[in-house]
Design a protein around this ligand. Sequence first.
Ligand code: PLP
Length: 398
Amino acid sequence: MKNKIIYADNAATTAMSEVAVAAMMPYLKQVYGNPSSLHSVGQAAKEALDNARAIIAKCLNCDAKEIYFTSGGSESDNQAIRSAAINGAKKGKKHIVTTAFEHHAVLHTLKKLEKEGFEVTYLDVHENGIVTAEEVAAAIRPDTALVTVMYANNEVGTIQPVKEIGAACRERGVVFHTDAVQAVGHVPVDVKAENIDMLSLSAHKFHGPKGVGALYCRRGVPLAVLVEGGAQERGKRAGTENIAGAVAMAAALENACENMQKNSSKLLALRERLIDGLLKIPHSKLNGDRARRLPNNVNICFEGTEGESLLLHLDAAGICASSGSACTTASLEPSHVLLALGLPHEIAHGSLRLTLSPENTEEEIDYIIKTVPDAVDKVRKVSSFWDDLTSGKIRHFI
Ligand SMILES: *Cc1c(COP(=O)(O)O)cnc(C)c1O
């Protein structure tokens, strides 16, 4: 086991599936045309793009015309939120409802909009990492232009009651966007049945390539242009299309959806084994609801540890994990997600996120279960906070 690397950071990004790589190859060198060209090479590329769009639409249960290709989840989030804001402002609606534990692609866009005169309500989530549809509904006002609530959280993996939130928005005539980057390809997503107006997805989170994603925008919901230029994507997103990326994304998503049941039952077994194993460590706690979470997500706090140090010890032992979200590891601020769940700062620092893929094995899980306690011990040994806890100077939180 020593020289083998165990990758357990699939919420950060995934390896491309074989089917996605194979689907992509012909579009790198043979079918390299520009879909806007009228000749045969261009038209072959256009056909591939249309086909990819149809596959993605089928997986989400929408029309192909409702899918817009983008550069990934961040761009889709930006375009969806900006669109609803611009359109709302035209009608004098400048209020937006969201949660405090969204991805930064959402939160930073909203912060910008606040500076531009919008008012944003950030709903707290419960300790289980879930916001209720009733809470969202209660926050909607006559001047609400948009509700944006993520489908599944990227740190704690908790799944939100999207269908009910969508129904509450539909009833009140408010546009509902969901950042489903962690959900698509992992749990069943149906934009029609779940009353979703706009949805963001990203290929590299479901074993497709990086730098390509899509935005679903329901027919009739206005979409604003963020990238000006040519008339690609029905005039809503300029730039020569990433054909190879779109084709690979479609192949990855189709593959993920076809194998979803098989994969999630395997992942569930691995996840439960890992949670049981790690919770044997004293003063540890699972973050987020145990059942209503992504089948591949484990997020645990170890009191008296510091996430970054834990990661270094695990990396040295060949385990790739994450503390909170990859976007925040560079800063020493604790995760905004764990703080939104109501965890005190001291504990929010000491969290470990392990996100699995169907490639992981039971043997790997057992190696992680065997290795983490040592890493936790090492970090606690040099922690003055842990000293204070064990000496009784500070009371244990967990
Ligand atoms: C990864 C992620 C994003 C950003 O997607 P990119 O394709 O990397 O831009 C947005 N939201 C969530 C929930 C994510 O997990």
